[in-house]
Write a protein that binds this ligand. Structure first.
Ligand SMILES: C[S@@+](CC[C@H](N)C(=O)[O-])C[C@H]1O[C@@H](n2cnc3c(N)ncnc32)[C@H](O)[C@@H]1O
Length: 230
């Protein structure tokens, strides 16, 4: 098993229940909406996951392209948005083959931790090519090293308490402990970055980055970076 197949399960253990999943996706869609540069913007959400609030984001831009590597998750997205001309759902390969300067905004949220440094470099090169010269690249949920798991658990409990799923979050944390998550973490690893290391990585990839004041989503220990093409 790898991270893509971990996320391809019908009911990913990462969401403690349907309410958690939906509040999670609504929260990130609302945060990402605020970053859309104009109502006619062309936006790419790469590694969008189940994206149950994609309509919220699509309503704030001209065209939303969602890319998901996990085949079952992608099939569900295609079925949900069939016939909606504002939304396209693509494979990573289809996205990489798009013409250059296709997007005003590209979002990679909560995906970089599952990629090796070299894999992320490859994606950054693709994104730089796909981004319009005036466009913005949004890199969210970057996890600093040290104490990531306890902070993530605490943030989930707080998120649960604020949104009516505290006890489900407690149960969910226990289920995650017993799941493939920690085995995968050992075998495939999770990538962590200090702020300075990520700024440097983005600069080397041809971006002019800055750290955003807030992270997208509920975990404010993690970081979001906003970049223009350098
Ligand atoms: C935590 S989910 C993030 C979903 C959504 N962006 C969010 O913030 O909730 C991680 C996503 O990364 C994707 N992913 C993991 N490894 C990947 C890889 N090697 N290439 C492309 N996508 C990958 C998974 O398919 C999954 O959708």
């Amino acid at each position: 098993m790898d991270w893509i197949s971990f996320y391809d399960f019908k009911h990913s253990v990462i969401y403690v229940n349907a309410r958690h999943r939906d509040v999670h996706y609504r929260t990130i869609a609302e945060d990402i909406r605020k970053l859309v540069p104009s109502p006619d913007a062309s936006v790419l959400d790469y590694g969008c996951g189940e994206a149950t609030s994609a309509n919220l984001l699509a309503a704030a831009c001209g065209q939303l392209t969602m890319v998901e590597a996990a085949p079952n998750v992608r099939a569900a997205l295609i079925a949900r948005h069939a016939g909606d001309a504002r939304i396209a759902v693509l494979t990573p390969e289809q996205a990489a083959a798009l013409p250059e300067a296709s997007f005003d905004m590209i979002v990679l949220h909560s995906v970089a931790q599952y990629l090796t440094g070299a894999e992320l470099d490859g994606l950054l090169a693709t994104f730089r090519r796909l981004l319009k010269p005036s466009g913005t690249f949004v890199l969210g949920d970057i996890i600093p090293p040290r104490l990531a798991a306890p902070f993530a658990a605490l943030a989930l409990l707080r998120f649960g308490a604020a949104n009516g799923f505290f006890w489900a979050a407690v149960g969910g944390l226990i289920r995650i402990l017993l799941s493939d998550y920690f085995t995968l973490k050992k075998t495939h690893g999770l990538s962590h970055y200090e702020e300075a290391a990520m700024l440097e990585k983005l600069r080397r990839a041809g971006f002019a980055p800055e750290r955003a004041a807030r992270n997208i989503g509920h975990n404010q220990r993690r970081m979001t970076f906003l970049s223009k093409r350098a």
